[in-house]
Design a protein around this ligand. Structure first.
Ligand code: KG4
Ligand code: ZN
Length: 363
């Protein structure tokens, strides 16, 4: 059963690390043949953030409908070569739903499991080239990333910069972490400051919308209100926890009531502070490591201002490095990037030995 190769390899991906329940079939790590995803985000918007117990319950309800929406039993039996599943990092209750389901499928259909690190999955969203939608092929890009790679993951729980000489795996040492967040992740900073501004979860999306509106109506504003922590330090670490205190202080100091215009201005200030730090550290890493490709990924990479800044700066400063940014739907959690990562890092594990690892790191 282990180690077989086929010209066209179809991997079933399962992702349940947080509030998305997702399943995909990906061919040769690059072509999405089928995809099914649902999210319990609306429920968490009502509670102002994720309550892990609620997220896990929703995962249990959603997992079988999502898998059957992606692959029927005949397809699983005849066409699928392996099952890739996120084993961590993430919420333990949510992770267990995907992991245990993958084990059952592996047992029933006699398919090997490829455990996938969710963070490495995010990086591999940049390797997806094509997708079938309603029987038609959509091509996103023709050029896969080339090594060496510097990758930046900016998600709800992580802000990481990593160097990759070749494909990663679950084994240590194939990926070198250059730096990461010392406290709040970039997405967490968006989520927490959004809550202070009274904007709904997920905060990154709300801040992005409010900021976009404000910028469009107020061109030429110089956004310098909030600190850019660690921006000039000669390391690749990040710290965003001070931002929420700065936002709170600003509201208290100015005794301002939060009108739409003020929320818009503060949203733009927050977005500018976070994205300035991210682009500066990215450019420093590019200068030091001179990678062939730079890969941006994670939920925050859907941010329009961040994408714009990376585009502009790469044109200006980093001509020797190709910038890869996933299409927005592959920035946030999905199972396509899990199946893509699995294809390039095929470590087959017997179902008896697959475990959820909520604290899994990138190295
Ligand atoms: O990668 P992801 O879907 O889940 C994790 O693995 O954490 O990232 C979710 C994070 C949330 O913090 C959310 O607020 C942020 O990504 N996010 C955004 C945007 N869309 C999602 N942040 C800024 N701008 C966006 N457009
Ligand atoms: Zn994620």
């Amino acid at each position: 059963m282990l180690g077989r190769t086929k010209k066209n390899m179809k991997i079933l991906g399962i992702e349940t690390s947080c509030d998305e329940t997702a399943c995909s079939v990906v061919e040769n790590g690059t072509r999405v043949l089928a995809e099914s995803v649902t999210s319990s985000q609306k429920m968490h918007a009502a509670t102002g953030g994720i309550i892990p117990e609620n997220a896990a319950r929703e995962q249990i309800k959603a997992i079988l409908p999502v898998i059957s929406g992606c692959a029927d039993t005949e397809f699983l039996k005849e066409e699928i070569d392996a099952i890739a599943v996120t084993i961590g990092p993430g919420l333990i209750g949510s992770l267990l739903v995907g992991v245990e389901t993958a084990k059952v499928l592996s047992y029933i259909y006699n398919k090997p499991i490829i455990p996938v690190n969710h963070l490495i999955g995010h990086i591999y969203s940049n390797f997806i080239l094509e997708e079938y939608q309603n029987g038609r092929i959509i091509t996103y890009k023709n050029n896969p990333p080339s090594f060496p790679i510097v990758a930046m993951i900016v998600s709800g729980g992580h802000t990481e910069l990593a160097y990759m000489a070749g494909h990663a795996s679950l084994k240590k040492s194939t990926i070198q972490v250059l730096g990461g967040t010392r406290d709040d992740a970039a997405g967490e900073a968006f989520d927490k400051t959004a809550r202070i501004l009274g904007l709904p979860y997920p905060g990154g999306v709300s801040i992005s919308k409010a900021s976009f509106k404000f910028r469009r109506n107020n061109p030429g504003v110089d956004y310098k209100l909030f600190p850019r922590p660690m921006i000039n330090e000669s390391n690749y670490d990040f710290s965003f926890s001070g931002l929420k205190t700065a936002v709170l202080n600003e509201i208290k100091k100015s005794k301002i009531s939060l009108s739409n215009a003020i929320v818009g201005r503060l949203a733009a200030e927050i977005e500018e502070a976070i994205t300035d730090v991210l682009i500066k550290k990215a450019l420093t890493a590019i200068e030091e490591f001179k990678p062939k490709s730079f890969l941006l990924s994670g939920g925050v990479s859907a941010n329009l201002r961040l994408r714009e800044k990376f585009g502009e700066n790469f044109e200006k400063h980093a001509l020797w490095t190709a910038l890869h940014v996933p299409v927005p739907k592959f920035c946030t959690d999905n199972a396509s990037f899990i199946a893509a990562a699995a294809y390039y890092n095929r470590t087959y594990v017997d179902w008896r030995n697959v475990k959820a690892l909520p604290q899994l790191g990138i190295e």
